[in-house]
Design a protein around this ligand. Structure first.
Ligand code: NDP
Ligand code: MN
Length: 380
């Protein structure tokens, strides 16, 4: 028995933020990240639309990249005081993920973070509020997925929280919002979309329902990411990339991923490499590692795109986006070759145990993981 779960409503295209003006209710809380949504006017606009619909509003801001358990508890307390009937997250994946879990604890204040770590352990939501997600990056697809990634800063562990309950009630995929991303964030989050799509289509849980969405997302990223990177005001490219992110999210939320994500999660945890950047560097190596095991799926992608080698085309795309081909070359990161060698065995073992490894088309062992890390670190 299988299910394909996505939000009941996906509003997309120009002006889709206006959807907020049609909501009915008394109180809405807006949850956002650092300063970008305020700075570019989207937070004020969202507040205006909600107030126009007769709602009282409150803002919870300051959600940090890789949001912490502490941030989530603080948001819960604010929601318990304000008692919203709508929770509206507007921002990058970090803001959306944090808002999801604030909402869980607002609905169930008796729960602690430890109680929801196990897959599908979140009890029924929507007794107090419904949840809308408005993404400002074209990358994580948290607006679609049953996932939230929260960091326990004391234990230094990133926890993927998984439950169909946290699939939003509506996603608002408005291309004007990610259009303010600077080029490097456009590039990194866009390669995250590529990794989602490729890993979904080659996942052992890929299905007739998820694969066509992943294939379309791959096409859109190849055709439009270079344009969105080169000219942030190219609204056609922005819209296509925003849709690609959402489509890839529909696919991977239902198929899960593979070891690009396992390896990226752990090197991200050790050295603070941005998620999308880590994926971009790892992806061609993992395609080569997995090629024989998922040959049919890779050939489908290559034929559909009219290309000879997906791995080579991914390398070319990253190059066009000024993404370094190996971890060793990222000069703003504060780690040495010795640090990498010291962490290698630990990262490889942890990556092997990551839930994304379960659906990789080829079963790796710890030596395989080390080999891939080395190729991605030193280059081949
Ligand atoms: P973040 O939400 O972490 O945002 C990264 C940076 O981009 C922030 O500095 C943010 O600024 C800025 N930013 C966001 N939108 C804009 C914009 N429109 N214009 C200008 N700047 C902007 O990035 P991601 O979206 O990549 O999310 C990463 C997080 O998502 C990680 O924690 C990762 O683990 C998680 N994740 C979640 C998944 C899921 O299914 N739920 C799947 C994969 C990853 P500011 O804070 O000021 O807004
Ligand atoms: Mn990802």
């Amino acid at each position: 028995m299988n299910a394909f779960l996505v939000p009941p409503e996906i509003q997309f295209g120009e002006n889709s933020l206006e959807y907020l003006s049609a909501l009915e209710g008394e109180k809405a809380v807006l949850v956002t990240g650092g300063s970008s949504m305020k700075k570019f006017g989207f937070l004020d606009r969202a507040e205006e639309l909600l107030q126009g619909a007769g709602m009282e509003t409150m803002i919870i801001d300051g959600v940090e990249p890789n949001p912490s358990v502490k941030t989530v508890y603080a948001g819960r307390d604010d929601m318990l005081d304000f008692k919203p009937d709508w929770v509206i997250a507007i921002g990058g994946g970090s803001a959306l993920d944090a808002a999801k879990i604030m909402w869980v604890f607002y609905e169930h204040p008796e729960l602690k973070f430890e109680d929801i770590i196990e897959v599908a352990s979140i009890p029924e939501l929507r007794n107090k509020a419904k949840f809308i997600a408005v993404p400002s990056t074209s990358g994580t697809a948290s607006e679609i997925t049953a996932f939230s990634v929260i960091t326990d800063t004391e234990r230094k562990i990133k926890y993927p929280i998984v439950s169909p309950e946290i699939i939003p009630d509506a996603a608002v995929v408005d291309p004007e919002i990610p259009a303010t991303m600077p080029p490097h964030i456009t590039a990194n989050t866009g390669m995250d979309v590529m990794a989602h799509a490729v890993e979904s289509i080659t996942s052992t849980n890929s299905s007739d329902y998820s694969a066509p969405l992943a294939l379309k997302a791959i096409e859109l990223v190849f055709n439009y990411l270079p344009r969105a990177f080169a000219d942030g005001d190219d609204m056609e490219a922005r819209e296509k990339m925003h849709n690609a992110s959402t489509l890839a999210g529909m696919a991977f939320s239902n198929s899960s991923l593979g070891i690009v994500h396992s390896l990226a999660h752990k090197i991200g945890g050790e050295f603070h490499v941005t998620h999308g950047l880590a994926n971009a560097i790892l992806l061609p190596h993992v395609i080569e590692y997995n090629y024989e095991a998922a040959e049919e799926q890779f050939k489908t992608v290559e034929e559909y795109m009219g290309i000879d080698s997906l791995a080579d085309e991914v390398r070319k795309l990253s190059n066009e986006l000024d993404i370094k081909p190996k971890f060793q070359d990222i000069d703003w990161l504060d780690y040495s070759d010795e640090d990498f060698e010291e962490a290698l065995a630990r990262m490889s073992q942890n990556a092997l145990e990551d839930p994304c490894t379960l659906t990789n088309p080829k079963k790796p062992d710890v030596e395989d993981m080390k080999e891939i890390y080395k190729k991605a670190y030193y280059g081949v």
